[in-house]
Design a protein around this ligand. Sequence first.
Ligand SMILES: [Zn+2]
Length: 388
Amino acid sequence: MNDLHLTRRHFVRGFTFTGITTVGLARSRVLATKTPTALPPIGKTPGVRQVGNASITDASEAAQLAVSLAQQSAAAGTFGVGGLLVDGHGRILAEAVNSVLIGGALYDPTCHVERQLIDWFTTNQGRTRFARDDLTIVNSLDPCAMCAGAIIRSGMKAVSVSEDTEAGIQAARNAGPGLEALKQQVSRHFAFFAVRGGRSQSGIINSPKLRSSIAEALVADAKQAVFASVADVRQTVGKDSNRAATPWQPVASMLSKIDELAARLSKLFERVGSPINVHRAKDRAQLWRVVAKSNCALVDSRGYVITSVKRDWSNAVTGSSVMNAVRLYTHLRRLAAEMLNIELPSSRHCSLIMHQAPHSEAEMLMELGAIGSFLECGFRRSRPGIPT
Ligand SMILES: [Zn+2]
């Protein structure tokens, strides 16, 4: 990783990346899992609203809507970022607010605007109705690494109102030599609006309606929306789950309950069965069996496997095992506390073990960005990239 020149800060948005381990390179398999009665489905795109027949007429209108959605996100107590998905004619297909926190609690670390819009589109609009490169996500803030990887993999474009010099993908483009192929992809997929009396348009904007300039005040509003939200989010995430519950103990009876609940939550969880510690030589065959089936195992600070998660083969863009683990563990942890009175370890104290490395640089970018959000450690330092 030393020659990537994409520093740790590019993979996180206000969180701290603490570690990832990759073991083996063998091809993983998917085995059929017998799933007990499922819990009510948990939304992957709770912040998305489909839009009827509305269109934007120019860049200012699109940017204004993205900033307005960012302000709505901040007012709801989550990261102040907003965005919309438009086609080549300027029609708005959907709009989205950030949903990392919902109702004052951590909901899903991957519920960023861009990831949600991509999943909404691939789930609801089919694969043939639109050419992907005809679709543009207009967002209030330069995308993070996770969303940038997802956008590249989706084939869509993105145009941003405001820079994020700390964690934005377009800041990483100028970070020095290394990952040239990925930087070229970033140049093709990401752009900034031109600002009247300020910056020129950067990057390629496909839709003619998005090529006009926007007012500087909109950029300031977009920055203010995210900056104003950070302190509240910091406080909420920092307090993360101090519930009085039975602590996690990796004994067979506890794992059995967790496995049962996980299977009810999603067919993507793979059963762990009995305690496995990655540091114990005698457990290695069992560890290999679990990660070969699932590709991604979640491990606590002592090295015990908590659960493992498979790839979603129906979702070619964001359905990797790591993305699913990041997305689903927060739900599993909440349900374990509510239904079993078991407090699973905070994600900040966990590591992920992968059976296979990511298949492409874009997938790597997406997964590292997601892990950065997952292994969050609160907000212990200021964010110099966001002006005060
Ligand atoms: Zn993001």
